[in-house]
Design a protein around this ligand. Structure first.
Ligand SMILES: N[C@@H](CCC(=O)N[C@@H](CS)C(=O)NCC(=O)O)C(=O)O
Length: 241
């Protein structure tokens, strides 16, 4: 992974004051993972992903980059418009747009009712999330031709990790759905993760379609390209996500 890629991804994290690095106070735990329709380059979606990391929540992620043909239509059909993020909570029968409403809902439902300070002032959170999009303009924003996996992949990650972002960007532009296991600092899932993977390092990808399991963002991005990308750039590791 190039130094420029990692440095710009780190800049995104710094502009959001490391939000999504550590778990905060928790409340009720959901039985089923929530479902998030989003795309990596969207600043509003980032706020929701940060909340999921802080609240130590798993999510089924359905990437909806611009030009995407897999999940965008589902959002329009069920929710009425193409606006992202869109959250579905199967535990409560909730479906909602608007990042600030979603963030508030998540902290009310799965936290202690107080929105984490990094998200507590909505206009400031939105402004800094927009600024944070600048170091990696367009990355994880537009769909590219790709094969559809029969089963969703699994990614262990947390929002503030610059290396995880690089992987999420690629999953996003290839419209690959995945189960997101958030393992921010303080996560109760870390022990089980280490028992499974052998060490505490993210990103970690599991592809149940091929049996592949791997660390290292560069290796994961190369794997995703070679396994799922189609068209001219397929098989090569392109720098644009
Ligand atoms: N107020 C909304 C704004 C959401 C929004 O504008 N999202 C953009 C992406 S950043 C969007 O859905 N654009 C339509 C599209 O991508 O087709 C929120 O906070 O959720």
């Amino acid at each position: 992974m190039s130094v420029v890629n990692v440095a710009s991804s780190l800049a995104v994290t710094l502009l959001r004051a490391g939000a999504g690095m550590s778990v905060g106070p928790l409340g009720e735990r959901p039985e089923k993972a929530v479902q998030l329709y989003e795309f990596e380059a969207c600043p509003f979606c980032r706020k929701v992903r940060e909340a999921l990391s802080i609240l130590d929540l798993e999510a089924e992620v359905y990437p909806c980059p611009k030009g995407g043909r897999r999940y965008r239509a589902e959002v329009v059909h069920r929710g009425g418009k193409a606006q992202f993020p869109w959250l579905v909570d199967p535990n409560r029968g909730v479906e909602m747009y608007e990042s600030d409403d979603i963030v508030r809902y998540l902290f009310d439902t799965y936290g202690d009712g107080r929105v984490h300070w990094t998200l507590a002032v909505p206009p400031l959170a939105t402004l800094t999330a927009m600024l944070a999009s600048l170091p990696r303009p367009g990355f994880g924003g537009r769909a590219r031709p790709a094969r559809v996996p029969a089963r969703p992949l699994e990614l262990w990650s947390f929002e503030a990790s610059p290396f995880c972002r690089l992987v999420r960007e690629r999953l996003c532009c290839l419209e690959i759905p995945y189960l997101l296991h958030n393992v921010a600092k303080g996560s109760s899932s870390r022990q089980a993760f280490v028992a499974r993977s052998g060490k505490m390092q993210v990103p970690y990808l599991v592809d149940p379609n091929t049996g592949a399991e791997m660390f290292e963002s560069a290796d994961i991005v190369a794997y995703l390209e070679q396994t799922y990308a189609e068209g001219e750039a397929a098989g090569s590791v392109r720098s644009v996500g």
